[in-house]
Design a protein. Structure first.
Length: 163
């Protein structure tokens, strides 16, 4: 007789009040899996060392003390999405680029729309800086948290963006 065991992955969640509203850092036991915008408290919220580190680094970012994140991340997605998300982490603080720039960086220059779609599905915004990706003309384009948050993040990083 074979027994099957089911491994339960515990989820941890910790909120942080920021200039762009409440965020929640969500993690498993080893890595951050999601950052949620407009996070409301949940009765089963419990933190762990990973969420605490995420909250600490986000707090440092928002206070102007941190320009680069050093956090364990777990981002399930397609191979293409993970490739795009990795490319996003290479865009430095205070720098923007376009979707076509990212497509060229991953050696898929014709995949501009697919890059945009992957960018929009980024589960760990701010840390994986999808807000730094703007339209080719230099204008703001969509952002899961809303264009007001995207504009704030870019201005926080010292950038002026066209309306």
């Amino acid at each position: 007789m074979t027994s099957t065991t089911t491994r339960t992955i515990q989820q941890f969640r910790q909120r942080i009040d920021t200039p762009i509203g409440w965020l929640a850092v969500v993690a498993d036991q080893q890595a951050i899996t999601t950052i949620e915008f407009d996070a409301r408290p949940a009765p089963d919220d419990v933190s762990n060392a990973v969420t605490e580190l995420g909250v600490q680094q986000l707090s440092e970012y928002f206070s102007g003390q941190r320009k680069h994140f050093d956090l364990p991340l777990s981002m399930p997605g397609t191979a293409f999405q993970r490739e795009v998300w990795q490319a996003l982490t290479d865009v430095p603080f205070g720098v923007t680029c376009s979707y076509s720039d990212v497509a060229r960086q991953i050696a898929r220059p014709k995949a501009v729309r697919a890059v945009g779609a992957a960018n929009g599905k980024n589960p760990i915004p701010i840390v994986v800086p999808c807000h730094r990706i703007i339209g080719r003309s230099g204008t703001l384009t969509g952002y899961a948290g809303g264009l007001d948050k995207k504009r704030w993040l870019l201005e926080h990083e010292g950038l002026s963006i066209k309306a």
